[in-house]
Design a protein around this ligand. Structure first.
Ligand SMILES: Nc1ncnc2c1ncn2[C@@H]1O[C@H](COP(=O)(O)OP(=O)(O)O)[C@@H](O)[C@H]1O
Ligand SMILES: [Mg+2]
Length: 286
C-alpha cells in the first residue's frame, strides 16, 4: 500500500475520566496518485484520522503505513515523513506566523536546508502552482490577502516542500464558490500532471466528487463505507441515516427515477447525468 492504516484506534485523554475514543479500528489502503474524499458528520473522526496520516498524532493502537512501512515514533523519521506528506489544516491561515508571504512559503524549504537561491525558486513555483503572481504578492503581509488568496498561500506553503501526498482538512470552509472551484481545479491539475496523491475531508461534495477515485465515510470513529463514488452514492438511505447528503446530481437522478423514468441513479457528475439523459432520449452520449 502507498498510504493506509490497519486497525487504527485513537483515544483522546486516555486514562482520564474524559477519555474519548475518536477512531475505532479504522483500516484502509490507498494507491499512489489517487484522490480520496473523507466524509462524515462533525465529530466522526475525520480530523483525527488526517492527523495520524502525517504522524501528528500517535495511534493508541493499530498502525499507519506509508510506502509499505509502518510509521514509527522516531523523531527524525517523523520529521522526514512530514516533509513527504503535506497537511493543510482547517482554516490554515490562522497558523500564519511570518511577516511576508515569501517567508511563509519559504519556511518549509528553508527547513529542508536548501540554499536561498533554491528557496526562491521553490516559493515562486509554489505560488505559480496555486495561480498567484509571485512578483505582486510575495513581499506583502499574509493578512493583506482575501480569504481565498490566504487559503491558496497556505496550500502553496505546503507545496513548497514538494510533498508526495497532500492532505486537506475541510479546505473549503469559509471559501466562496469561485475560490472553491479554483482550489479543486488546482488539486485536479496537480494530481493529473504530477501524480500527487490527495486526501480531502469536505462537506462540499458537489465541487469535488467528480475528481474522487474513492470515498471514505466515517461515523462515530468507524469507517462505515468505503469505495468508489459510483458505489458509495447508490445507497441513498444509508447516507441519509448517517446524516449525510448525496451529490446534487445524484439527488436529481433519484427524483427523476421516482417520477417513473428508468434512469440509473449511481451518477454523480454533470457529464454523467448528461450522458444518461441522452441515452434515455435515444441519442448517443456525449
Ligand atoms: N483535542 C481533543 N480532545 C478531546 N477530544 C477531542 C479532541 N479533538 C477531537 N475530539 C473528539 O474526537 C471526536 C472526533 O473529532 P474530530 O476528529 O475532530 O472529528 P471531525 O473532524 O470529523 O469533526 C469527537 O468526538 C471530538 O469531540
Ligand atoms: Mg474536523
Amino acid at each position: 500500500m502507498f498510504i493506509g492504516t490497519e486497525k487504527l484506534t485513537y483515544t483522546y485523554m486516555s486514562g482520564t475520566p474524559f477519555a474519548a475514543t475518536a477512531l475505532n479500528e479504522v483500516s484502509f489502503s490507498l494507491g499512489k496518485g489517487e484522490i480520496t474524499l473523507i466524509i462524515g458528520p462533525s465529530g466522526s473522526g475525520k480530523s483525527t484520522l488526517i492527523q495520524h496520516l502525517n504522524g501528528l498524532l500517535k495511534p493508541s493502537s493499530g498502525r499507519v503505513y506509508f510506502k509499505g512501512q509502518a510509521i514509527g515514533s522516531d523523531k527524525g523519521e517523523l520529521l522526514r515523513l512530514r516533509r513527504r506528506i503535506g497537511l493543510v489544516f482547517q482554516i490554515p491561515e490562522e497558523h500564519f506566523f511570518s511577516e511576508t508571504i515569501y517567508d511563509e512559503i519559504a519556511f518549509a524549504p528553508r527547513n529542508l536546508g536548501l540554499a536561498e537561491s533554491e528557496v526562491r525558486i521553490r516559493v515562486k513555483d509554489a505560488l505559480e502552482k496555486v495561480g498567484l503572481r509571485a512578483e505582486q504578492l510575495q513581499y506583502r503581509h499574509p493578512f493583506q490577502l482575501s480569504a481565498g488568496q490566504k487559503r491558496l498561500v497556505a496550500v502553496a506553503s505546503v507545496l513548497s516542500m514538494n510533498p508526495e501526498v497532500l492532505i486537506l482538512d475541510e479546505p473549503t470552509a469559509g471559501l466562496d464558490p469561485s475560490h472553491r472551484r479554483n482550489l479543486f481545479a488546482l488539486l485536479d491539475n496537480l494530481n493529473r500532471s504530477g501524480g500527487l496523491t490527495v486526501i480531502i475531508s469536505t462537506h462540499h461534495l458537489d465541487d469535488v466528487v467528480a475528481l474522487a477515485h474513492s470515498v471514505f465515510v466515517l461515523q462515530g470513529g468507524r469507517m462505515v463505507l468505503a469505495g468508489p463514488p459510483s458505489e458509495i452514492f447508490t445507497t441513498r438511505e444509508k447516507l441519509y441515516d448517517l446524516g449525510l447528503s448525496l451529490p446534487s446530481v445524484t439527488e436529481i437522478m433519484h427524483s427523476v427515477k421516482e417520477k417513473g423514468l428508468p434512469v440509473k441513479t449511481n451518477i454523480y457528475t454533470l457529464a454523467g447525468a448528461r450522458q444518461e439523459i441522452n441515452r434515455l432520449k435515444g441519442r448517443p452520449g456525449r
